[in-house]
Design a protein around this ligand. Structure first.
Ligand code: HEC
Length: 472
């Protein structure tokens, strides 16, 4: 027996040695891609959490040596891992050859957006309202005909009757970084907007570079202001982390904003790539926060009396929450968060609870190694639902309109990776049904039920604002 297994090992070694000797080998590169890169760059190389390899855009160098070095050493401060301990130089060459070949042969063709869809309970039609933005992230309706839309590159637009105004709103802060996942992210109106006109924004705030710093610190920041004659005015900063809590990374900002029935403002801050800090309440990252509309701290927030704690924290142990919505009946907060590889979560948020990241997770590291062997622990909350493999879960909204009566109170969930829209039916804290109602259209980033009862979906690659309404 021993002898035989020795033989096997020798045989394997010869096989591995032969594959190394082949140097850049695109078919082998494809295999490596499928094993290690699909998760973040997409099955058709169209992009997911990571960039697209079919759009001829190489942000970090377009020559083969630069691309190879980005794969080998990773891209500092973004979520692009270093592969030098997983892949040898020839394997890196192979995967680079493969992705460059695909890019060269691509004349980006996005799948056609269907005009009509029949789903289980409702047929609906899709209208593309706009395709002029770079990366639409969020939409907030002022009334049936008018809305505000953020473009991640740092612009805020008004949309009138389904058309984006040509001119962006002037006077938006200029200290927004938009590298990687950072940018101008959520927009939300005050529940009393008609009376007070307050508009709330979340964005990746970049500090001035300090002496000796290669990359300036950045962090999620929440502001509000008024819009007067196309200008952003009366700005107030509602949440800003202490400067020593800023980080040079450019991913995991969270940034969704909602108001509950009592007018509290909730917002999310992702772990900023420092997972252990999600468990530490002296850090604002990896948390869901609650403040008053004017930025002051509610007296009954759970950690206000703990020394050194960030007083706005409402729940903790989160990775990167980019979807949040208030349940139409219970009025409680639900939020989705991106898992690592595997383990995207839907959570029913409750005060002071620990949602477990990174002590418990259903996911693993992107190179396949283990983050923790635990999926459950005492004192830590289980997700109401999780997706393995990850769907790269983004925004969510409960349906509370009148156009689709059979969808009342269902939760709609967007996916960046599978480019689909899902309808979830909840029974208490359980998900009892999941239907994919739109499949493979575009990376779906944002979703909002409009005051007219239609569903508005924001897509990236291609960048679109899409309206779903009943098929009469
Ligand atoms: C954990 C997710 C993740 C995995 C896994 C991953 N990447 Fe990336 N990759 C990223 C992110 C994020 C970026 C930066 C995207 C941006 O700027 O928005 C990136 C950027 C890149 C770039 C630079 C693109 C450019 O525009 O210049 C290359 C090349 C690349 N990745 C190759 C790979 C290869 C090859 C693999 C598999 C061996 C891989 N990546 C696996 C997340 C990932």
């Amino acid at each position: 027996m021993k002898f035989l297994s020795r033989l096997n090992i020798t045989f394997l070694t010869i096989m591995v040695a032969t594959s190394i000797a082949t140097k850049a080998d695109a078919p082998q590169g494809k295999k490596i891609y499928q094993q290690h890169c699909v998760e973040c760059h997409g099955a058709e190389l169209q992009g997911a959490i990571g960039s697209s390899f079919i759009d001829h855009v190489w942000n970090y160098g377009d020559e083969d040596w630069a691309i190879g070095s980005n794969v080998k050493f990773g891209i500092a401060n973004l979520e692009m891992p270093a592969w030098k301990d997983v892949l040898n130089d020839d394997e890196i060459k192979s995967v680079v050859t493969y992705i460059m070949d695909v890019d060269k042969s691509s004349s980006i063709k996005y799948p056609e957006i269907p005009t009509h869809v029949n789903s289980e309970l409702h047929g609906f039609k899709l209208e593309i309202l706009d395709d002029s933005l770079v990366e639409p992230w969020s939409i907030a309706f002022i009334n049936e005909n008018s809305a505000l839309v953020t473009d991640k590159v740092g612009k805020l637009y008004q949309m009138q009757n389904g058309k984006i105004n040509e001119e962006a709103i002037k006077g938006i802060p200029d200290n927004i970084t938009n590298i990687g996942q950072s940018g101008l992210l959520d927009v939300m109106l005050d529940p009393d907007y008609a009376k007070n006109g307050w508009v709330y924004l979340s964005y990746s705030h970049e500090l001035k570079k300090k002496k000796g710093e290669k990359t300036a610190g950045a962090m999620t920041r929440i502001i509000r202001g008024h819009i007067k004659d196309g200008k952003w005015v009366d700005q107030q900063v509602l949440f800003q982390a202490p400067e020593e809590r800023y980080s040079a990374t450019r991913h995991h900002y969270g940034s969704r904003i909602v108001f509950d029935k009592d007018g509290y403002l909730y917002f999310t801050v992702g772990d900023r790539g420092a997972k252990e800090q999600a468990q530490d309440v002296t850090w604002p990252n990896g948390k869901l926060h609650r403040i008053h509309k004017d930025g002051t701290i509610p007296k009954d927030n759970p950690f206000v009396n703990r020394k050194g704690a960030i007083p706005s924290i409402f729940s903790y142990g989160h990775r990167n929450q980019q979807g949040m919505s208030v349940h139409p009946i219970t009025k409680e907060i639900w939020a989705t968060e991106h898992g690592p590889m595997g383990g995207d979560e839907l959570n029913h948020i409750r005060r002071a609870k620990n949602f477990g990241w990174p002590e418990i997770t259903y996911g693993v590291n992107y190179d396949g190694s283990i983050i923790t062997e635990f999926t459950a622990k005492d004192g830590m909350e289980q997700p109401a639902h999780y997706w393995t493999p990850s769907i790269a879960v983004s925004d969510i909204d409960f349906y509370n309109g009148n156009l689709f009566p059979k969808w009342k109170n269902n939760l709609f969930v967007t996916s960046l990776k599978y480019k689909d829209l899902r309808r979830l039916v909840l029974d208490g804290d359980k998900v009892v049904k999941e239907e994919i109602i739109l499949k493979g259209v575009a990376r779906l980033r944002g979703i909002t039920v409009g005051p007219d009862g239609a569903i508005y979906v924001l897509a990236n690659s291609p960048s679109l604002i899409i309206r779903l309404s009943p098929d009469m």
